[in-house]
Design a protein around this ligand. Sequence first.
Ligand SMILES: [Zn+2]
Length: 92
Amino acid sequence: MRIQWMKFPVTCPTCGQEFLSALRVAEVNAALRSSKPLELYASCHDQRWSAADHEVQQIRQYAHAVQFAARQLAPPIASLSDTTSFPSAIDP
Ligand SMILES: [Zn+2]
């Protein structure tokens, strides 16, 4: 199974530089469900920290958007053209 990654902007707590970070979607979902702290990482200062409330809110919104997009891309279970049509009017 392909591992899905979620990218989202984070701000380094040391220098304030904003950059894109990435976490596995499954990891983000598990953390959001269990309200465990999400670990963020800033490569510019090699620093790890737990996401603050406003960062968790932002990541939650991104997670919703990713799941919505995944549903839109998922193949339909059955094509509409496969449904058997109802019998049309029966001739007397
Ligand atoms: Zn930094």
